[in-house]
Design a protein around this ligand. Sequence first.
Ligand code: BES
Ligand code: ZN
Ligand code: ZN
Length: 499
Amino acid sequence: MFSPSLFVHNVSMANTSIPFSTPSAVVTARSVPRSASAIAVAVRSTGAVPRTVGMSRRDLERQGFAGEVGQSVVIPRRDGATVIAVGVGERPSSGDLRDAAAVAVRNAQRHQDVTLDLLSAGSSNSADARAVTEGALLAAYRYPGITAKPDTQPRFASLTIVTSGAAAVERGVREGEIRSRATYLARDLANTPPAHLNARDLEVIVTDLAPAHGFDVEVFDENDLEEMGCGGLLGVNKGSVEPPRLMRLTYTPRNPRGHVALVGKGVMYDSGGISLKPSDAFHVVMKMDMSGAAAVLSTMTTLKDLRCRNQVTGYIVCTDNMPSGSAMKLGDVLTMRNGKTVEVHNTDAEGRLILADGLSLAVEDKPEAIIDIATLTGAAMAALGPDIAAVLGTGSKVVEQLTESAEATGEPIWEMPLEKARYRKLLDSNVADMRNIGGPYAGCITAAIFLSEFTADVPWAHLDIAGTMKVDGDESWRSKGATGFGTRLLIDAVMNWSA
Ligand code: BES
Ligand code: ZN
Ligand code: ZN
């Protein structure tokens, strides 16, 4: 199962100073290996308890364990491996198995050789195998840290998944590994402090990753952007001593079935600019304001390995948002790549300004669909909380595909109305085509309406991941810190897209 190409980025990135985490290599086996020091066994809420558990249902119930998803009992043994009974409910879905695998791993973290025997509980198809692999690897993630000795090692010496050996199941495990590895990258990048990861640092990482992962990169610097008329990105960048970068990543399979463009918000650090943010807890996590860009990049790293049949063009739009003597001012008017002008009423609504250029460029490629992903508004977080991202768009097929992918990946999204007829007027400006903020309400919607001004007639969907970009503590397969939300969602969407 092990494929060296999976882990290439950890090797080739040795020249950058930031630590990257390494996922444990996953092997599959038809039975539990002798070397296992912990064995997680699926127990359903009804029916027989597997013999390996060594406890009766009544004994398990006395421990408060009913076999529900989320429940577990750790059973140490005098001789032999520790057994972890993991609840999977009555008829586990793939999502249940992903959660169960995460519970298993969180209970096994002090062990080195961990075996998961969870697939025999369900129908054991490729989606189940993928989910178990993802649950295990994603729960095993922790940020290496900027410390004297960053902890970049894999969590486990060995991680074994017991499978039937069927080809589809083996493929599911491998896909789970690829998707998880990408999510590790997205999490690492978003967790990295802003001084360790500016737009030029990300350029080094992107160009480093490209050859091994089968995508091409074009980098546009401040001079190129000037020539291209990317006034949104340049405007936001004005207050920063660090130059901006816009990167175009292309993956082109032979005889592509379709073509999807992805656009990611890469605000490497969002201080708010002249509309300075207060120095509260939220300001500290504004290093993660490039989570959309990280999700797009991470998605691009999987397409070759997953043999994606669609052409995918990824735009990563990167800059800091800083206050200074040269910063963009309130009242300034910016001219975007598509020629439309924007009056700046709040410099903290910067994400939409840089996405305006990214979306305009994506339109020029004439893709069948555009998906943008951005930590765009506190309003999305207020509306849907930390677990669910907002989706809005003009392309009902794209929104539909994303909704299906959200179900399949366990990264939930909820559609909000793109009410142009009612709310577009909130963006009206006296001096320009529009202003960059609406009123005090419906902030997630007015932000999306703003973006829709730059998508022309290309079917488009927008993901607002402000709420879901981080978790405050370990929670199922989401580990404390940046979640990498949207990575597996985008991968699933571009893999399954067909116009
Ligand atoms: N990056 C922020 C949005 C954000 C907030 C992301 C919290 C993650 C967590 C964005 O650039 C921003 O500041 N948006 C403003 C827009 C407002 C000025 C219209 C907001 O949501 O307050
Ligand atoms: Zn902002
Ligand atoms: Zn921002």
